[in-house]
Write a protein that binds this ligand. Structure first.
Ligand SMILES: [Zn+2]
Length: 432
């Protein structure tokens, strides 16, 4: 007996370029996909997906989810003043309750716009892990080490304490996973990188790092180390275990070669990079070099949305505009960044990001009945160029429906909104 049988769907399995299955069925049992395309069977629930696209759930490979409490709080600043004058002072005031409130709001937004799994870098991850567990999303969680100033004490650092708590419990292969993180080249010295890298080796986890986001940052790294940040991370062995870099806007050819040689991934965050005036990453060159390029939203304080459909469309458009070539980053490739490549970057290849037997049942349904989705000549093009996060009408993670027809089934949205407004917002505003 199947748990769920989806029938009459237009399925984009993301298993091979351009493949679309019409009038297709999807069978789900014990959280896994049993068949995709053709198949029948008794099921506890049958969903008629006529007029709907079924595809893998999206993967947000770079997020600071709890920053949703600062959505719209610091628009139109440069990255340096945004970070040091606006964001860091607020973050110093945020307590665990406020962070979990923001994290929960962000999960609500991601679930409703088709994201099933995300790589999150922030504080209070042990508490966030519990919230993600309860609500049912997949998450790779890390707390980034920032080691600035002479008085820095590694053992007393909140990020270190949390990482040490998180790793033994979540350093495996579960739905919630611990990653480790170096915030960026410019926020810690190499001896700290080595200590973070030791964790990555010991627990076999991914290291998440911001890299060459702005030109200033990229140039200052070269002045500091006599080489680029990418080369410096390579020199200290950080790239010897899997690394997920965010941004990579200013990477040079040699940096790309280094990242590709070590099998590193880059989370392209086009909205955040544009909003902070950081520039436009050369996705085409990164892909040509052999880097696994995926997509991220970054935090809601520099985006201001966690809707990955915006990133997918923008990634495709920016590549075309940058190359003066409309064939650059075709729709399927853009969609692959948000699914297959994201899964790989999270260490979840073979588990999620595709619809195929044996994969986890991490899928979304997209309503194609609205005006902006009609007519539907090419479902892949429609998802990339026409769809919005709000067209998602069902989100399923490991066979469990988290969201359907405007309703969250595993979280109380009214309570989540109230908690942000009544508890977190006053803390953000305090002293601003
Ligand atoms: Zn970031």
């Amino acid at each position: 007996m199947l748990d769920t049988l989806i029938k009459n769907a237009v399925v984009i399995p993301m298993t091979e370029p351009g493949l679309v299955l019409y009038g297709a069925s999807v069978g789900v049992k014990d959280g896994k996909l049993v068949f995709v395309g053709e198949g029948e069977g008794e099921a506890r629930e049958v969903i008629d997906a006529r007029g709907r696209i079924v595809m893998p759930g999206l993967i947000n490979a770079h997020a600071h989810t709890a920053m949703c409490v600062m959505r719209g709080y610091a628009d139109d600043y440069t990255l340096q003043s945004w970070l040091f004058e606006k964001v860091f002072p607020v973050e110093a005031r945020l307590d665990e309750r406020a962070i979990v409130a923001g994290f929960t709001l962000g999960m609500a937004e991601m679930i409703a716009s088709g994201t099933v799994s995300f790589s999150d870098m922030y504080f209070c991850q042990p508490a966030a892990a519990k919230a993600a567990e309860r609500i049912g999303m997949k998450a790779n969680l890390c707390n980034a080490v920032i080691a600035l100033g002479d008085g820095y004490d590694f053992d007393a650092d909140r990020a270190v304490i949390e990482t040490r708590r998180l790793l033994p419990e979540y350093g495996g292969s579960g739905r919630i996973r611990a990653d480790v993180a170096i915030h960026a080249e410019y926020t810690s010295p190499p001896d700290i990188w080595l200590r973070v890298h030791e964790w990555a080796q010991k627990y076999g986890v991914i290291t998440h790092i911001h890299l060459s986001e702005t030109r200033t940052e990229h140039e200052e790294a070269k002045a500091r180390h006599g080489m680029s940040a990418a080369a410096a991370f390579e020199k200290y062995g950080v790239l010897d275990t899997p690394v997920l870099f965010a941004h990579g806007v200013w990477l040079e050819k040699e940096d790309m070669r280094i990242l590709a040689a070590h099998g590193a991934s880059v989370a392209h965050c086009p909205v955040s990079n544009l909003k902070l005036g950081s520039g436009v990453a050369d996705v085409h060159a990164m892909k040509e070099a052999g880097i696994n390029v995926c997509l991220g939203t970054d935090g809601a304080c520099s985006n201001n949305s966690l809707d990955l459909f915006e990133e997918i469309k923008l990634a495709a458009l920016l590549s075309k505009g940058k190359a003066l070539d409309p064939t650059a980053l075709p729709a399927y490739e853009a969609l692959k960044m948000a699914t297959v490549n994201g899964a790989k970057a999270q260490g979840r290849g073979g588990e999620t990001g595709m619809l195929a037997p044996g994969f986890d049942a991490d899928l979304i349904m997209i309503d194609t009945s609205k005006a902006h989705m009609r007519p539907l000549y090419d479902p892949i093009g429609a998802v990339v160029y026409s769809a919005r996060g709000s067209d998602v009408c069902m989100t399923m993670v490991s066979g469990r429906v988290l969201y359907r027809d405007g309703k969250w089934l595993t979280l109380d949205i009214e309570k989540a909104l109230r908690e942000v407004e009544e508890y977190a917002v006053p803390i953000v505003k305090n002293g601003a």
